[in-house]
Ligand binder design. Structure first.
Ligand SMILES: Nc1ncnc2c1ncn2[C@@H]1O[C@H](COP(=O)(O)OP(=O)(O)OP(=O)(O)O)[C@@H](O)[C@H]1O
Length: 324
């Protein structure tokens, strides 16, 4: 019998993970992961963010068992990938970034073949349930090559779930996917997460990570820059923007002493101030003192994009330290 006491605290546990890709005659060795420590709590919907080349795919591919690590320890559902590779892999479903279409199978066959690959007994297979859950029932017997891109992507999610893994990794699942499909996919991801599946997803859609994920880790240049609950991460950025629409067109946004000013579309400009060091009133006074009449204002809270930029590229709203 399984009680929650038997379940691991962390669905994924990564300690001191390093990866250097071997060089070739033309290219020197490439360090992709410099020593990553990361824990994904059981039950979480965890977002892994990072710029291109940060090391996200390398990390995911090591978890999935398709890239060998150079150093470090990895456990999936408490199972060490070196000591118990099969058991570790059985606990994991992976939806890869690229669409891989099984052109010779129908969706139902593709799921059956995948289930066979994982050794799921016939009586325990749930191909039809997965097809229904992902809105593919009426395509169950169609040629996969006749499916739209969105349907193929949903089929890949179904394939990753045939063996009922407690942990699901989605590698950029909504890249190039239309808004409606993205919404459906996220709805499904939320649902299975609520049913207990731990989700790790990588995405470039920062807004979505912010909306969807309870915990977010940011990876940059092979290192984890930060890993914490989404709300904590957002609180790190103690700035606000005031977006001002002037009452007459300006040749350029005004320069305001001690404040960061950035142009916005349609002649508007955003003024960033630090909480505790300024107020909206002071910003507006500075704008008026610069001779700008105000037609309209709006205030903005920081979003993940701001946090991300601040953590990975240095905070542009913070004055750089003077050299004297
Ligand atoms: N097979 C490989 N051989 C050599 N270098 C590689 C290999 N795969 C990745 N790299 C390098 O390792 C670094 C990390 O790449 P990785 O693909 O893990 O980043 P990423 O964060 O997933 O980027 P993206 O968002 O573009 O997918 C990059 O500098 C990349 O060029």
């Amino acid at each position: 019998m399984t009680s929650s006491a038997d379940l691991p605290d962390f669905a994924i546990e990564v300690r001191g993970l390093k990866k250097t890709y071997a060089g070739s005659k033309k290219a020197p060795p490439k360090v992709a992961l410099k020593g990553v420590d990361l824990v994904v709590p059981r039950g979480s919907l965890f977002g892994l963010l990072g710029p291109n080349g940060a090391g996200k795919s390398t990390l995911i591919n090591i978890l999935a068992g398709v890239v060998n690590k150079s150093e470090g320890e990895v456990r999936i559902w408490g199972r060490d990938i070196d000591a118990q590779p099969r058991a570790a892999r059985a606990a994991l479903g992976v939806v890869p970034q690229e669409i891989v279409a099984d052109v010779f199978f129908t969706p139902r066959e593709a799921l059956e073949v995948q289930a066979g690959f994982y050794g799921v007994p016939r009586g325990e297979r749930r191909s039809d349930e997965l097809l229904a859950a992902l809105g593919l029932s009426d395509k169950a017997n169609a040629y996969v090559r006749a499916l739209s891109g969105g349907m193929k992507r949903r089929l890949m999610v179904a394939k990753a779930l045939v063996h009922n893994p407690p942990v699901l990794i989605l590698d950029e699942p909504t890249a190039g996917v239309d808004v409606e499909l993205r919404r459906q996919l996220w709805e499904y991801v939320r649902r299975i997460n609520a049913e207990g599946v731990t989700i790790l997803l990588t995405t470039h859609y920062l807004e979505e990570a912010q909306e969807l994920c309870d915990t977010i880790a940011i990876v940059n240049r092979g290192e984890v820059v930060v890993s914490e609950p989404t709300a904590t991460l957002l609180r790190r950025l103690d700035t606000r923007n005031v977006v001002v629409t002037p009452d007459a067109p300006l040749p350029a946004p005004p320069a305001l002493r001690g404040l960061q000013v950035a142009a916005r579309p349609n002649g508007a400009f955003a003024v960033t101030y630090r909480l505790g060091e300024g107020t909206v009133e002071q910003v507006l006074a500075a704008v008026r003192a610069a001779g700008v009449g105000i037609k309209d204002i709006a205030t903005e809270d920081p979003d993940l994009e701001d946090v991300f930029l601040a953590l990975t590229y240095g905070d542009p709203s913070r004055p750089s330290p003077t050299a004297d």
